[in-house]
Design a protein around this ligand. Sequence first.
Ligand SMILES: [Zn+2]
Length: 77
Amino acid sequence: MLSCKDVSETVTDHLEGSTSFQDRVALRFHLLICKHCRRFYQQFQIAGGVSGSLGDEVSEPTDDEIDALVRKLKARN
Ligand SMILES: [Zn+2]
């Protein structure tokens, strides 16, 4: 499980798309459970001006996405 510190340290990597699928799942999962990091991440997106090409990847997850992520995470444990 990522900590808030991990999120803040890797946020630029995520926005650049240079992280692995597993890293992205871990980040998304943390964003689901941590409002603070979600806001931080969204502000980072806006500040970085990447809302165009990478916007889809970092938008707030839908219920379906949450279910899918939780299922994937459970399957890995
Ligand atoms: Zn957090």
